[in-house]
Design a protein around this ligand. Structure first.
Ligand SMILES: O=C(O)c1cc(C(=O)O)oc(=O)c1
Length: 309
């Protein structure tokens, strides 16, 4: 793959660029698989980063994303608006439009968005909005504003993607369970994987999914959640073993409400940048049967993002 650039921007100190030589996965993805969580960053020279951003990344263009898709063997992408672009969805829309229908988007919008703008996003391929509660990534948005947005996008048949840390779930529970749409949780609600999979913290998340059948989960980002690895580098076939029991529990209990994505280009990783080919090799550890793999990678994302097909 071509190398990451950063144009006139100065990257956040310590920023790790995405890995330019991903291996070919050993795991053969089912035909039609969807990478249901990835981002584009800029390029900043065409699509400036938002003034209110909390980090400045290296660029990660649509061409580089689509090259990775083809290399890994995915058919489609769901591109999630990254916080470094704030509520300016131009890079996301540009990527969706350039994909020939093979990418859908999840946008970030403010209360001031007009119905015409929402309609234009829909036509570009946007099917959801993201509400972010991770304090190191965004400033607080009042819940009444988010509820108003949720009510408006529900009419378009869109869903809400939520990103939060496990310790904040008790406080956010009432808000999440009041949302009128399908709700997709990013990165399993970021559990602390040192705690037991059947303990109270992850138990609360499982309860959210058990009691609320509109809640879905991305069983993604083992590279963020893992504390003991081993990392997906240097041909490691069994990466991030400490995350496996958590993801596998969710896949096996809720096989029709799970999604998977690479999270490329992996913003804000601090200690290593994974080989995306080896990340794909993580999938059969959490979805061990062909049936579970097909649901996770094809049937579920197609139902949510390409419902018209
Ligand atoms: O944990 C993160 O730093 C992170 C950031 C973003 C974003 O900036 O949008 O998205 C993700 O999925 C994860």
């Amino acid at each position: 793959m071509s190398k990451p650039t950063s144009g006139d921007y100065t990257k956040t100190p310590g920023w790790l660029d995405w890995f330019t030589g991903p291996s070919k996965p050993r795991f053969q993805l089912p035909p039609g698989s969807v990478d249901a969580h990835c981002h584009v960053f800029g390029p900043g020279a065409h699509f400036p980063y938002a003034p209110e951003r909390k980090y400045t990344p290296c660029d990660a263009s649509k061409e580089q994303l689509f090259a990775l898709r083809d290399h890994l063997g995915f058919a489609r992408n769901v591109i999630v608006q990254a916080t470094c672009h704030g509520a300016d969805n131009r890079a996301l829309v540009d990527a969706c439009l350039a994909s020939g229908g093979m990418a859908r988007g999840v946008a970030t919008v403010r209360r001031s968005v007009t119905d015409e703008e929402l309609q234009a996003l829909h036509e570009a391929g946007v099917r959801g909005v993201r509400f972010n509660f991770v304090k190191r990534l965004v400033d607080f948005t009042p819940k009444d504003e988010l509820l108003e947005i949720a009510g408006r996008i529900a009419k378009l048949g869109w869903h809400v993607v939520i990103y939060f840390e496990a310790v904040d779930l008790p406080e956010l529970w009432d808000f999440f369970t009041s949302l009128p749409t399908t709700v997709v949780v990013d990165h399993m609600g970021r559990p602390d994987v040192r705690l037991p999979v059947d303990g109270p913290q992850f138990g609360l998340f499982l309860r959210l999914m058990r009691e609320h059948r509109n809640v879905w989960c991305k069983v993604s980002c083992p590279e963020r959640l893992s504390l003991t690895g081993p990392n997906a580098l240097d041909g490691e076939p069994n990466a991030y073993r400490d995350v496996v029991p958590f993801a596998r529990k969710v896949v096996e209990e809720f096989p029709d409400r799970v999604l998977w994505g690479t999270d490329w280009p992996h913003p804000n990783l601090k200690d290593h940048m994974p080989d995306d080919g080896l990340l794909v090799d993580f999938i059969p550890h959490i979805a061990p049967t062909p049936e579970l793999q097909r649901q996770l990678l094809v049937d579920n994302p197609m139902r949510l993002y390409w419902a018209d097909q």
